[in-house]
Design a protein around this ligand. Structure first.
Ligand code: ADP
Length: 161
């Protein structure tokens, strides 16, 4: 049984993340989408809020479950006996950052954690959570970026609902 984890901030989840989740769920028997509780960053949404939005996204995928973690990712994967991490690549700028993380995780896990990359579907290559947060702040059109329920959460955050 092949198990993988897709870690990320998901602040908030976008169609780009959803595409990676769908495609990974078809490759692996079990996929854990793990929300990072990063103490070094101040997110727009709390971990609980991010998990809740993701729950809505994965509700029709029986082999996908949600989790969250803080601390070192490799401590999380070791504790949960996970040997594959999935990440998405949008552009060359992602590559440099992701390569460094993948190699660091390989070392920290004593060679036990592989990172697999899915290249973005072209229609989502421009999409990032930070762009979504900025568009939402100015009440721009998010219809091609996030599902309606995420847009509602953003409207609430920015005091429009
Ligand atoms: P982080 O804050 O850890 O970079 P994100 O929540 O931004 O995490 O993203 C998690 C993962 O999803 C990263 O590997 C990122 O490259 C990938 N990702 C984000 N947006 C897209 C997209 N539009 N297409 C493909 N992968 C994406």
């Amino acid at each position: 049984m092949k198990k993988a984890v897709y870690p990320g901030s998901f602040d908030p989840v976008t169609y780009g993340h959803i595409d990676v989740i769908k495609r990974s769920a078809e490759i692996f028997d079990e996929l854990i989408v793990a929300v990072v509780d990063n103490k070094m960053k101040t997110p727009l949404f709390s971990v609980e809020e991010r998990v809740k939005m993701l729950e809505e996204v994965v509700k029709d995928y029986p082999n996908v479950r949600l989790d969250s973690f803080s601390g070192l990712f490799t401590d999380y994967t070791k504790a949960n006996n996970i040997h594959v991490s999935v990440r998405g690549l949008r552009a060359i700028t992602d590559f440099e950052y992701e390569l460094q993380i993948a190699q660091t995780n390989k070392i920290l896990s004593d060679g036990q954690l592989e990172t697999m990359f899915l290249t973005t579907s072209l229609q989502y290559s421009y999409l990032s959570s930070s762009a979504v947060r900025e568009i939402a702040m100015y009440n721009g059109d998010l219809s091609k970026c996030v599902p309606d329920f995420v847009k509602e959460n953003l409207d609430r955050k920015f005091g429009r609902l």
